[in-house]
Design a protein around this ligand. Structure first.
Ligand code: MN3
Length: 257
C-alpha cells in the first residue's frame, strides 16, 4: 500500500507540474495532434519552398495513415527544403536555380556542396513528385496511354506491379523504386536508387526521366506497416493518380510506335 500511495503522490506532483508548465499536455490525444498540425513546417529562410500537400493528411487512408503523411510532409520533406535553403545561404552558386536544375547538374556545383544538394535537393524533388503521384480515391487499373504501354512493355499491369514491388523490396536500406524512361535507348525500365538519388542525376545507373516513383524509406511506412515493406508497396497502388502518371509519360518524350 505504501508503494501505491507513493506512486499516486508522484503522479499528482507530475500532473500539477505539467498543468503549470504546459496546459496543452492535458487536453488529450486529439487536441494534441491538432496542436501539432497547426505548426508551420520549418523550412528555414531562402528561395526553396515546401509545396503544400495537395490533399488532407488523412486523404490516403487506410493505405497510408494520416500521422505518417503529416510527419513525412511537414517534418521530413520540410527538412530537405530547410537544408537546401541553409546551403543556398552559404553558396552563391545555388542562387536562381530550381532544385531540379541543381540535381541535373551536380557536377557543375562546388564540390563542398555537392553531397548536400544531392541528398536534400534530391529529397525535395523526390517528395514533390511523390505527393503529386497520389490522390484521394486513386488507384484502380491504369487509364490512358500508360495502360497500353504497361501491357506492351511489361506484359500487363499485374506483371508490372509485381516487378516494381519486387524491385522496391530488394532495394537494401533507404531509397526509391522508379519507372523511368531511360536516357540510353529511350526505353521504359524499373530502376531503384539509394538514399534520395533521383533518376535525373546524371551518374545514376539506368537513369532517365522519372514517370512514377515510390519512397521505400522506413519513414514512409513504418508507423502503419512496421517492417512489412512488401505490404506497403502493395497497398500504395490504391493511391495512384493515373492522370499524373500519364502526364509524366507524355513529358518523358516516350513514344510507343
Ligand atoms: Mn520520404
Amino acid at each position: 500500500m505504501e508503494k501505491l500511495d507513493s506512486q499516486t503522490t508522484s503522479r499528482r506532483t507530475f500532473l500539477t507540474a505539467a498543468l503549470a508548465a504546459a496546459p496543452l499536455a492535458l487536453i488529450g490525444a486529439r487536441g494534441a495532434a491538432a496542436a501539432v498540425a497547426t505548426q508551420a513546417p520549418d523550412t528555414g529562410k531562402g528561395p526553396f519552398t515546401l509545396p503544400p500537400l495537395p490533399y488532407r493528411f488523412d486523404a490516403l487512408e487506410p493505405h497510408i495513415d494520416a500521422r505518417t503523411m503529416q510527419i513525412h510532409h511537414d517534418k521530413h520533406h520540410a527538412t530537405y527544403v530547410k537544408n537546401l535553403n541553409d546551403a543556398a545561404a552559404k553558396t552563391p552558386e545555388l542562387a536562381g536555380k530550381s532544385a531540379e536544375g541543381l540535381i541535373r547538374n551536380l557536377s557543375s556545383l562546388p564540390e563542398a556542396v555537392r553531397t548536400t544538394v544531392r541528398n536534400n535537393g534530391g529529397g525535395h524533388v523526390n517528395h514533390t513528385l511523390f505527393w503529386s503521384l497520389m490522390r484521394p480515391r486513386g488507384g484502380g487499373p491504369p487509364t490512358g496511354q500508360i495502360a497500353a504501354v504497361l501491357n506492351r512493355d511489361f506484359g500487363g499491369f499485374d506483371a508490372f506491379k509485381t516487378a516494381f514491388n519486387e524491385a522496391g523490396v530488394k532495394r537494401f536500406g533507404s531509397g526509391w523504386v522508379w519507372l523511368v524512361r531511360q536516357n540510353e535507348g529511350g526505353k521504359l525500365a524499373i530502376v531503384t536508387t539509394p538514399n534520395q538519388d533521383n533518376p535525373l542525376m546524371p551518374d545514376v545507373t539506368g537513369g532517365g526521366y522519372p514517370i512514377l516513383g515510390n519512397d521505400v524509406w522506413e519513414h514512409a511506412y513504418y508507423l502503419k506497416y512496421q517492417n512489412r515493406r512488401a505490404d506497403y508497396l502493395k497497398a500504395w497502388w490504391n493511391t495512384i493518380n493515373w492522370n499524373m502518371v500519364n502526364q509524366r509519360l507524355a513529358a518523358s518524350g516516350y513514344t510507343s510506335s
